[in-house]
Ligand binder design. Structure first.
Ligand SMILES: Cc1cc2nc3c(=O)[nH]c(=O)nc-3n(C[C@H](O)[C@H](O)[C@H](O)COP(=O)(O)OP(=O)(O)OC[C@H]3O[C@@H](n4cnc5c(N)ncnc54)[C@H](O)[C@@H]3O)c2cc1C
Length: 525
């Protein structure tokens, strides 16, 4: 295979593929290099336990991707290449002890009634929150697609002030910097309503008390109510494969099982990469690297970088780790609290907001949490193509874990290396699930656990199991991601750009960083 490319892109995850498409449409020839055996990064699927049972190994919810510019621009082609969407009527739920639950349906009245079961005031607040979302969304969502800071951002702020008026615009900014707890305490009175919305911030590693966490609790809850919680039919790899086909149809190449070990710099300009097997690939126009700041400073010779950049890269903070359990099942889960919960795409089990806060406090002290938050995704109920007839796959994400635990909050698990700890930790997770879906042990066929360490071994961008590539607190988000002065995908080396979830807008299959990095590359700034 010959590699004579204009641009080398390090990584073949969704951001790299997105960058490739925009660079190709501008006439550039691209080569993507990934150390993994298959493309996709943290968006891969596989039959890892039994033939015919297909698991999304990491990311599964594609809602952010559906809101992205790349989806708008390449929609027809991706669907022609085999990508399809499934979204059900029951998007997400939370379950509680004593057979209680609260569910978010896409049907407005059914959703409202769920809140009403706990509080009349909360039912009205939910309706008000949905209509507030509809009012502010046109001003808010464009920010998520723009470089920070930028003239476009200033224009959008001005538009927001003109459209909403001074006070409402300030109120919206206030909401965006609130903690989930402050936001939820203002809007809702029942513990159940707060428990339903607060887990979304914790997906990003933000506890109920982290400033800035309200945004995700607000936006993801209402977006999933409006659109349903979307999955890629027959696996998230179908989306990736459709993107890869679009890239290769344009003449792009995807080189797998090749780890980039060095970015070559000549006269202050990036000119190529070296891979683990000693090969060198030349890039005529430049390089886009989908790596974390931690890895970036190992790939570029330190003498090519200002000391301040190296120091900031070293200070970049990663967040809590994730642990994944994949299972195959003989039958669907039967939930104690409601029969139709088996059709809820996600079920969160914290169970309450204070449980998330307690978990966060334990993990920042280095403890294995006594009762981690569980995100249970029941993909094969919505998409039966993922398992043989009547059988099921289950995706359980446990949030959150310290990357390197120093103790156990319950004093029961001996702390050692992750390979020794992951089975007892998994038992804790299954026991928690069994309190709400008691048939789990009876229907369980096979399971596998990915510890935070396994996640990083699979993909160096998941540092310590941090699924969003660095904490997304206010001080490391927006124009502070990855850090001030370098938030617009450029690096100190000419023709070398950074993309991926350590850059704005951070974690998730939002594809925005790939798009914006390509735009900056084309501007040649
Ligand atoms: C367990 C888990 C669950 C998640 N769930 C969701 C979800 O449901 N919905 C959602 O929106 N988001 C989810 N996320 C977050 C989301 O998957 C990531 O934020 C997103 O995939 C980041 O995309 P990316 O393209 O920037 O990088 P990645 O997907 O991480 O891809 C980077 C690629 O670069 C390669 N690479 C890195 N360094 C090198 C090198 N030196 N040489 C060669 N190749 C290299 C890696 O092998 C990898 O393939 C989840 C993440 C995890 C880990």
């Amino acid at each position: 295979m010959e590699h004579d490319s204009d641009v080398i892109i390090i990584g073949a995850g969704h951001n790299s593929l997105t960058a490739a498409l925009y660079l190709q449409n501008a006439g550039l020839k691209v080569l993507l290099v990934d150390l993994a055996e298959v493309p996709g990064g943290a968006a891969k699927s596989g039959e890892i336990l039994e033939p015919g049972f297909k698991h999304d190994l990491f990311a599964t919810n594609i809602g952010l991707f559906l809101g992205s510019k790349v989806y708008t621009d390449f929609k027809d082609e991706l669907h022609k290449n085999g990508f399809d969407i499934v979204a059900g009527d029951l998007a997400f739920s939370s379950v509680f002890p004593n057979g209680q639950c609260i569910r978010i349906y896409t049907d407005a009245e059914k959703a409202r009634k769920e809140f009403e079961r706990y509080s009349d005031n909360d039912a009205s607040s939910w309706v008000e929150l949905v209509s507030y979302f509809q009012k502010v969304a046109p001003y808010l969502f464009p920010f998520l697609q723009m470089p920070m800071p930028s003239f476009a951002m200033a224009k959008q702020l001005w538009k927001m002030y003109r459209g909403l008026g001074n006070v409402e615009a300030l109120d919206l900014i206030r909401l965006l910097i609130m903690s989930p707890r402050a936001f939820l305490d203002e809007w809702f009175e029942s513990s159940e309503a707060k428990a339903l919305l607060s887990p979304w911030a914790f997906h990003l590693g933000l506890s109920p008390d982290c400033a800035g966490g309200a945004t995700f609790s607000f936006l993801e809850s209402v977006v999933d109510h409006v659109n349903g919680l979307a999955l890629s039919k027959n696996g998230v790899d179908n989306l990736i494969n459709a993107m890869v086909k679009a890239v290769t149809d344009r003449g792009g190449q995807v080189l797998l099982k090749q780890q980039v070990t060095k970015i070559e710099v000549r006269n202050g300009q990036a000119v190529g990469v070296k891979t683990g097997d000693g090969s060198t690939y030349h890039a005529k126009r430049g390089i886009v690297a989908c790596v974390t700041p931690k890895q970036f400073i190992t790939l570029v010779d330190e003498k090519e970088l200002p000391q301040s950049f190296v120091v900031k890269s070293k200070k970049y903070r990663f967040g809590p780790g994730t642990l994944m359990v994949h299972l195959t099942l003989d039958r669907p889960l039967e939930w104690d609290s409601a029969q139709d919960l088996t059709d809820s795409t996600y079920v969160h089990i914290a169970p309450y907001m204070q449980d998330i806060a307690a978990t966060y406090n334990q993990i920042v002290q280095g403890y294995l949490p006594s009762s981690p938050m569980l995100v249970v995704a029941q993909q094969s109920r919505l998409d039966p193509s993922r398992a043989p007839n009547g059988k099921h796959v289950l995706w359980v994400q446990a949030r959150a874990f310290p990357s390197r635990p120093t103790g156990d909050a319950l004093g029961q698990i001996k702390v050692g290396n992750w390979d020794e700890m992951k089975e007892p930790v998994c038992e804790r997770i299954i026991s928690k699930l069994a309190q709400f879906a008691p048939n789990i042990r009876e229907i369980l066929r096979k399971k596998v656990v990915y510890s935070p360490e396994d996640l990083e071994n699979e993909n160096p961008n998941i540092v310590g199991g941090d699924m969003v590539g660095g904490v997304q607190n206010l001080n490391q988000n927006f124009m502070f991601r990855p850090f001030a002065g370098w938030s617009k995908y450029r690096t100190p080396v000419k023709r070398l750009y950074l993309t991926g979830h350590s850059t704005w807008p951070g974690g998730g299959l939002n594809a925005t960083s790939g798009h914006l990095a390509a735009m900056q590359f084309l501007k040649g700034k």
